[in-house]
Design a protein around this ligand. Sequence first.
Ligand SMILES: CC(C)(COP(=O)(O)OP(=O)(O)OC[C@H]1O[C@@H](n2cnc3c(N)ncnc32)[C@H](O)[C@@H]1OP(=O)(O)O)[C@@H](O)C(=O)NCCC(=O)NCCS
Length: 336
Amino acid sequence: MFHSEIIGSGMYVPPGIITNHDLSKMMETSHDWIVQRSGIEERRWVTPDMVTTDLALHACEEAIKNAGIDKQEIDCLLFATISPDHDFPGSGCFLQPKLGLTGIPAIDVRQQCSGFVYAMSMADAFIKSGQYKTILIVGAEVHSKGLDKTTRGRDTAVLFGDGAGAIVMRRKEVKDPAKDSFIYSTHLFAEGQGAKDLWLEAPGMALGAERMNHEMIDAGKHYAYMNGKRVFTNAIRRMCECTLLALETNKLKLEDIDLFLFHQANMRINQMVAQELKIPEDKVFNTIQKYGNTTAATIPIGMAEAVKAGKLKKGSLVASAAFGSGFTWASSIFRW
Ligand SMILES: CC(C)(COP(=O)(O)OP(=O)(O)OC[C@H]1O[C@@H](n2cnc3c(N)ncnc32)[C@H](O)[C@@H]1OP(=O)(O)O)[C@@H](O)C(=O)NCCC(=O)NCCS
């Protein structure tokens, strides 16, 4: 049977740094509140002329270069995002020509903060089935254009940032399962009962005769609503559960894992997951201080940054887990 291996990673964040102090000039908030509640010190925002696929393009180019492949070898493109350039077609279709590719399938994955791990799982299944051989996966978000930057929206506006991360996954013939680099497992979950605990209501076909009207805009229904406490407690519970399931499936112990790459929604969530699972702090790689929550881009940004920081090396055994809107959650174990 075929397996799949991650052969290159890349990332891109826009240069515009927005500090907590910058935010406190736009809304009633403070650096101390944001750091205490979330661990975030700054995030990146795009300029108005930039869109999600622009960020994705840079991340993909770096991933392709690091993978050492000719981009024409890519036979499938998976794009995880909740901030598409347009409602339709999917962002993959806008990215594909920017990459100079044509003909290959371009599939959007709509699983929010779990989107990248979902996309990795899909790529792994495509490769194992023999359908595709070299898959480019990108997670990219432009949140800054969709945040309510007034005091009304401060509970969410301070948490999210813009960015992109990408990997190339390729077919691998595994000779030594204990040593070779490949994706050991992926586990995917959803619980739609929590859909409205973190959602964007409008525009929507469910909203009567119109997708959107002035009243909806006045009420701020075109901004994300979040039940922060419910998301917080579910995130801890589900990330612990799916990490333990991944370990159990692969008959691994926590000590066998070299690096934990968790989704970055809130530093306190990751600290509590680490505490609950008894993971030493230096094995958890965090980027939230610098970038905030970049949703589908978070995990691949973490991969690319961990490589650059020398924390993720050839042969490292990695456990990754994410939780987000849906509710959706997912985990993966892979050898880099
Ligand atoms: C959003 C979150 C940081 C809020 O932290 P919290 O400890 O639950 O804070 P609360 O919601 O109880 O709010 C406490 C107070 O701070 C206020 N507050 C909210 N946002 C604020 C901000 N940015 N600045 C200052 N005060 C703020 C609230 O209005 C509330 O005031 P009140 O007590 O007068 O009513 C936290 O719930 C969280 O991280 N949730 C999960 C978020 C997440 O993971 N989202 C993405 C999932 S992928």
